[in-house]
Design a protein around this ligand. Sequence first.
Ligand code: 5MM
Length: 341
Amino acid sequence: MNLTELNRIATAMVASGKGILAADESSGTIKKRFDAIGVESTEENRRDYREMLFRSKDAMSQYISGVILYDETIWQDAQDGTPLIKLIEQSGAIPGIKVDEGTQALPMCPGELVTVGLDKLAERLKKYYERGARFAKWRAVIDIGSGIPSMTAISVNAHALARYAALCQAAQIVPIVEPEVLMDGDHDIDRCYEVTQRVLDKTFQELRVQRVALEGMVLKPNMAISGKKCAKQASVEEVAEKTIRLLKACVPAAVPGIAFLSGGQSDEEATAHLNAMHKLGALPWGLTFSYGRALQAAPQKAWSGKAENVAAGQRAFSHRARMNGLASKGEWQSSLEQKAA
Ligand code: 5MM
């Protein structure tokens, strides 16, 4: 393992003013997104949509540090025969790959999930590295509800995240470690804080036990935030203050960077929260976005599967990427949010 190189890549992934595009929707998830805009989820449509994003020159070269791909996409070619992964490299962004294989019901723990995909992972990582991937992603899912999460669910998911991270580093690939505490449910921000703290503590404990080099990874957490169905929604300032307090308590300074998931927040909320965090003063790690929905909802709607809408889709993507790029420096203002198209 070349830790200097892993650290260089991890640091570039969280460079100030840039963040990560999570375009690694699995087949089921992208179908849901396409259903919402009335587009059939064919291999060609998925390719055309992602090609539109990766050819968005302004967004990709100025505001996007890396792109997380799904297995299908990393092997796909653009309409002119250029591999999609080359479009990402040519823009200056770093290609990455989602390597988990989704979730399964966790035995003995009703309603809880464990992420799978460790079998043959070493072989898969080797192929992805040869294809050009320089980082990977694995997402664990922790739900908050009555009597959950159990310590069992937290433990097995943290163990799998650390196994994955160690395998990545051995293959010279930077692991994005994503333990997502879902914001579904009616819990308040303090319950989210308490559960996320348990999850992050256990995750870093497992990472240490399995000898993962913290200098060569990126953390992708949820923010400390109210559940979507909670009657009392925390303010932007409270989310920012509690999230930073939580991360400072749980994430060692050796970690080069933290890149948030958006988790179902609106586009503007996800931007405003990141921006507010950067207003709170200097931080021990890079802090940016790794959004899926909060970067893609607008371009998906603008595109709607029509070739004549590609320019509008790219404008919508560039706008959101720029807003989040500014937020990653604490330079965003709500007045900048005029319609992109
Ligand atoms: C883009 O969505 C990713 C893949 O999800 P599935 O495995 O469910 O298809 C997802 O892991 C995503 O990277 C994170 O959840 C962050 O995305 P959001 O939309 O929460 O920012």
